[in-house]
Design a protein around this ligand. Structure first.
Ligand SMILES: NC(=O)c1ccc[n+]([C@@H]2O[C@H](COP(=O)([O-])OP(=O)(O)OC[C@H]3O[C@@H](n4cnc5c(N)ncnc54)[C@H](OP(=O)(O)O)[C@@H]3O)[C@@H](O)[C@H]2O)c1
Length: 229
């Protein structure tokens, strides 16, 4: 079974469809109850065993309650995320905007790991895929050019993935932990002019969740290949 935060739209929903078509039971998590229910209904209409639940990933207590009411997954995809306001440079952003973006994108990943991976670690079997972004990479132009809460949130996501992969033995104890960049995709976040479809963006997620063996791990992936952090 796979828990997919942000599975109700965009890249997360495309990953849900890909994993569902591979026979995986899906739990979609989003904030909007009607959208989540409709997304699960659409997947079920395509023959996928899909369920939906509602939670704001930035809410630690809400995530604990969510984890208590759904089964422990074998696959976790952390795709929930928000974009920063366009002019949010370091000296132009606000504490509220900083908190909104870091809360969803970084606290949300931390809560997702804390709530949904202990069962995997105990069973010594599971896959964790965290959706990052090239804007969070320390190599190349990733951290330059505004949108600072978003870029810093994704740099933080990369850091927690590296830390958690090391803590779980870099795959040697049955749990793989990876980050991936989907590229610029046509979603509500990416906009209609983006060069890639949500399905193209989700391809590496589905591959990481189903490849055999699940190593090497503890890496940042793009188009099924490791890229520098
Ligand atoms: N699109 C791109 O070009 C692109 C490029 C690089 C990286 N990414 C990353 O890919 C991931 C998915 O992006 P996308 O383009 O698919 O975005 P999207 O179409 O805007 O969808 C965002 C998804 O995240 C959920 N979400 C947002 N905030 C949440 C919260 N606080 N708690 C729970 N769910 C929340 C939304 O649920 P609701 O509908 O209920 O709000 C929705 O399901 C993000 O992490 C993003 O940073 C995207």
């Amino acid at each position: 079974m796979a828990v997919i935060t942000g599975g109700t739209r965009g890249i997360g929903l495309a990953a849900a469809r890909g994993l569902g078509n591979a026979g995986v039971t899906i739990y979609l998590i989003g904030r909007d109850a009607d959208r989540a229910a409709a997304a699960a209904r659409d997947l079920r209409a395509q023959g996928i065993d899909a369920h939906a639940d509602v939670c704001d990933v930035s809410d630690a207590g809400g995530m604990d309650a969510l984890a208590a009411r759904i089964p422990s997954p074998d696959i976790v995809v952390a795709s929930a995320g928000v974009m920063a306001e366009r002019m949010s440079k370091t000296l132009r952003t606000t504490p509220e905007e900083w908190q909104r973006v870091l809360g969803a994108n970084l606290d949300g990943v931390f809560h997702t790991l804390c709530c949904f991976t202990p069962g995997m670690v105990q069973r010594r079997s599971g896959r964790v895929i965290v959706v990052s972004a090239c804007l969070g990479r320390s190599s190349g132009p990733g951290l330059e050019g505004g949108l600072v809460p978003y870029r810093v949130s994704k740099a933080g996501v990369n850091a927690i993935v590296r830390a958690f992969a090391a803590e779980t033995g870099m795959g040697s104890r049955g749990v793989s932990v990876d980050a991936m960049c989907p590229g610029h995709c046509r979603t509500d976040m990416g906009g209609p002019e983006a060069p890639r479809s949500a399905e193209e963006g989700a391809d590496t997620i589905v591959w990481l969740a189903t490849r055999e063996p699940a190593t090497p791990t503890g890496l940042l992936w793009e188009d099924r290949a490791p890229v520098p952090w």
